[in-house]
Design a protein around this ligand. Structure first.
Ligand SMILES: [Fe+2]
Ligand SMILES: [Fe+2]
Length: 256
């Protein structure tokens, strides 16, 4: 199976870049399934609402995943209504099922799981135990996990824990693509962070002046989404008939 995964799309600017970049990537890679992390896709740069989700699907996504901002513009019923829009399965106030979906392609099928780490980020149910619970109830050979987490150590530990049991663990949340895409010994494709879709001249998609003010003076600042040229980041995966990753390639494309 061919799978295209795109990292966090940040605000209006990220959506413009996604509109520009995703159809071309889909033409180039011809994926069976396309997954996009939409936790920052709202115009404000935080959260996702119905219109944002429709736009992302309109750009060519089949599944939208989330993270720590999933509930900023939506409540749990939003995730109940569309099984292909996920929020982390281990949210304390959510049900596991809202973080798991099944994409049926006839001959092949894929489960997508969205989980959040708990190190240096909000505290939710333990993602290791949550993964075990989910895997008991699903039977697809192809399983992709969007592991939305801050700590690279937690991401690596989680990926090795999942190795051989899922096709891929794709890290999201830091918005900066890491240079460690590879296949773990058990056949699980891995990258610590897929990166994001946002303006280059920014701090993780946020206007740089505002981010500097926050970091320098440690005061609360209302963030605004940075505008301008940027990049679309993600990974492309190919799995074999057993759902093991046989190819993983990171995508980091500048869009002027
Ligand atoms: Fe994000
Ligand atoms: Fe996040």
């Amino acid at each position: 199976m061919k799978i295209l995964f795109i990292g966090d799309v940040v605000g209006i600017n990220g959506m413009n870049l996604l509109r520009k970049g995703l159809p071309r990537l889909k033409q180039q890679y011809r994926p069976d399934v396309c997954i996009v992390n939409g936790e920052n896709s709202n115009e404000s740069g935080k959260g996702i609402n119905k219109r944002d989700a429709q736009e992302i699907f309109g750009c060519g996504a089949d599944v939208i995943t989330g993270g720590n901002h999933s509930m900023r513009k939506a409540n749990i019923s939003f995730y109940e209504e569309n099984e292909y829009i996920l929020c982390p399965a281990n949210l304390l106030y959510g049900e596991t099922e809202y973080g798991v979906c099944h994409v049926d392609l006839g001959r092949e099928s894929l489960h997508v799981i969205n989980l959040m780490g708990v190190a240096f980020i909000e505290n939710h149910r333990n993602p290791f135990f949550e993964l075990d619970k989910i895997l008991k109830n699903i039977d697809s050979k192809n399983i992709v996990v969007d592991f939305h987490a801050e700590s690279s150590a937690e991401k690596y530990a989680f990926a090795h824990y999942a190795d051989g049991r899922v096709s891929a663990v794709i890290g999201t949340h830091t918005h900066v693509q890491t240079n460690d895409d590879h296949i773990l010994p058990g056949g699980t494709g891995y990258i610590t962070d897929a990166g994001s879709v946002c303006a280059l001249d920014s701090v993780l998609g946020v206007q740089k002046e505002l981010a500097i003010e926050k970091q320098k003076y440690l005061k609360p600042v209302q963030f605004k989404v940075a505008e301008g040229p940027g990049y679309i980041c993600g990974v492309y995966l190919e799995t074999d008939k057993n759902g093991r990753t046989v190819k993983i390639e990171k995508i980091h494309e500048y869009l002027g």
